[in-house]
Design a binder for this molecule. Structure first.
Ligand SMILES: Nc1ncnc2c1ncn2[C@@H]1O[C@H](COP(=O)(O)OP(=O)(O)OP(=O)(O)O)[C@@H](O)[C@H]1O
Ligand SMILES: [Mg+2]
Length: 224
C-alpha cells in the first residue's frame, strides 16, 4: 500500500549538508504494524515526516496505492493527510486551552460536515481509547498516558487508513506506555488501521510484525 523508492532527504544548513535519508527503498504492508528503530540521528523522524506528508523529500518517490504522492500539490497533500493519515507525536501536541473533546473533534471540522456529528464521534473515540470519563478535562488535567490517548483519538477523527506515531511512548512511564501501545494494536486489529511507529526501545519489537532498522539514513537488515 505504501512504498518508497530511492528516497533521499538532504537538509542544508548554510554550507553544511546532512544526508538524513539516503536512497531508501521499502514497501509497507497494508494492515500491518511496522516499527522503525535505529540510533538517534539515524533518520527515523525524517522518514516518518516524509511518509506522513508533513515534509517533502529531496528526491525519490512515495507511493500510496500506486499513486506518486511526491508529485501532488501542497493542497492535495494536505487533503490526503487530513483524509487518510493520522499522526501522533512524542510530545502529544494537544491544544492546551481546549478540552479533550474539543481537541479531538476540531480536525474533523476541517473537512466540513456537521459539527454535531463530529462532536458525537469524538465522544465515541474518547470512550474507545478508555477516556469516556475524561472528555471535559484539559491536557494539563490529564496524565501523560491519557494525553497521548487523546492524541490517538484526535488522529482517528477522520477515519485514517494509516497512523504514524513518532516515539509515542518516549515521555511515558512503563505502564502508560503499555496502555498506549495496546491502544494502537487494538486499532490495528479491530479497525484494520495500518500502524507505523518509531521506538528507541528494543523491547517494542514485540508489538510489530515488521521491523525497519535505520542506520545513517539507510535500512540495515540486522538489529544491532
Ligand atoms: N530540520 C533539520 N535541519 C537540519 N538537519 C536536520 C533537521 N532535522 C533533522 N536533521 C538531521 O538529520 C538527521 C536525522 O534526524 P532525525 O530527526 O530523522 O533522526 P532520528 O532517528 O529521529 O533521531 P532521534 O532518535 O534522536 O529522534 C540528524 O543528523 C539530524 O541532525
Ligand atoms: Mg526522532
Amino acid at each position: 500500500m505504501i512504498s518508497v523508492s530511492n528516497l533521499t532527504k538532504v537538509y542544508k544548513l548554510g554550507s553544511v549538508e546532512v544526508r538524513a535519508l539516503v536512497d531508501l527503498s521499502l514497501a509497507l504492508e497494508a494492515g500491518g504494524v511496522t516499527c522503525v528503530m535505529g540510533k538517534s540521528g539515524s533518520g527515523k523522524s525524517t522518514l516518518l515526516r516524509q511518509l506522513g506528508l508533513i515534509d517533502r523529500p529531496t528526491s525519490g518517490q512515495i507511493f500510496f496505492d500506486g499513486e506518486d504522492v511526491t508529485r501532488l500539490s501542497d493542497g492535495a497533500r494536505a487533503r490526503m493527510r487530513l483524509t487518510y493519515l493520522g499522526y501522533i507525536f512524542q510530545e502529544f501536541a494537544l491544544l492546551g486551552e481546549l478540552t479533550a473533546h474539543e481537541n479531538v473533534y476540531l480536525p474533523g471540522m476541517m473537512l466540513g460536515g456537521k459539527t454535531h456529528d463530529h462532536r458525537k464521534r469524538a465522544v465515541e473515540l474518547l470512550a474507545m481509547v478508555g477516556l469516556g470519563e475524561r472528555i471535559h478535562h484539559k491536557p494539563k488535567e490529564l496524565s501523560g498516558g491519557e494525553q497521548q490517548r487523546v492524541a490517538i483519538a484526535r488522529a482517528l477523527i477522520n477515519n485514517p487508513r494509516v497512523l504514524f506515531a513518532d516515539e509515542p511512548c518516549a515521555n511515558l512511564d512503563t505502564i502508560s506506555s503499555e496502555v498506549v501501545m495496546q491502544t494502537l494494536l487494538k486499532l490495528n486489529k479491530e479497525l484494520g488501521i495500518t500502524i507505523v511507529f518509531v521506538s528507541h526501545d528494543p523491547d517494542d519489537k514485540k508489538y510489530a510484525g515488521r521491523l525497519i532498522y535505520l542506520k545513517d539514513g539507510k535500512q540495515v537488515e540486522e538489529y544491532l
